[in-house]
Write a protein that binds this ligand. Sequence first.
Ligand SMILES: Nc1ncnc2c1ncn2[C@@H]1O[C@H](COP(=O)(O)OP(=O)(O)OP(=O)(O)O)[C@@H](O)[C@H]1O
Ligand SMILES: [Mg+2]
Length: 271
Amino acid sequence: MNDQARNLRRSTAIPEAVLPPSLPAVAITGGKGGVGKTCLAVNLALLLAKLGKKPLLVDCDLSLANADVLLGLNPTATLFEVLTGSAPIKGAIVDGPGGMGFIPAASGRDELTRLSQSQLDSLIGGLNQVAQGYDMLVIDTPAGIGREVMSLLRASRTVVVVVTPEPTSLTDAYALIKVLENSDPGRDIRIVINMANHQDDALQAFARLKKVIATYLHRDITLIGSIPRDRHVAEAVRNRTPFALGPDTPALLALRAVAMRLKNEAWRDKK
Ligand SMILES: Nc1ncnc2c1ncn2[C@@H]1O[C@H](COP(=O)(O)OP(=O)(O)OP(=O)(O)O)[C@@H](O)[C@H]1O
Ligand SMILES: [Mg+2]
């Protein structure tokens, strides 16, 4: 398996420098688009701040940024300026609510859809530097299993895969985990089921994913929580106010439990 992983790394030109995971980061990913990655990343960072941690939210959906919209912010410097060399990464950090830091991405910059490996390496290196001032990074990733996403996942200590109970989401999540597992076996991967109509749907979806991963990838995965479909989430998006700043709703209660588990488990002995 190790030889296979080494060959894969060579064939995809993934530099050994980013391995093993170097970032004190939880990367929020999912394979499929629209499953709630950004909503959960933004609100998770806020909840971690409310739990006494000092998180830095990083929008790594580099060319279709959304986290700033959900936070109701209009940033000036973004990762576009950082990656094109006109701003230092520290200069792109803005103060978010509750004491969290936030690094925004840009929108509509197609240059950022084809980063070179050295640009990706320097982004990860820059994030490693600014991470010193924070307890943890929360990285929002774009949909897909492209090189940018996979580099960020390989660099992050914990990978949270957001899945909805739909078969297409489960298929995409499996594909993503397979690609990650083939190159870096045994990563800390946790699953969040989002937008389930009932808890039974969430548990069934997780059981299906767990079974297929055990059968074909010969590893176990952990469920870190399930977030119900909740109209308050969409309302918060429309109002550009994160739902974590509002009153307790079913989604907020469920995500708070996820934040507590991440705080207690993923970061134990790691910082
Ligand atoms: N638990 C939930 N209940 C109800 N609606 C939700 C929930 N989670 C997310 N949504 C809705 O799903 C929409 C898409 O969410 P979001 O933008 O976070 O997805 P994404 O995975 O980041 O998408 P993309 O792949 O385009 O980046 C949100 O605008 C919100 O309205
Ligand atoms: Mg998103």
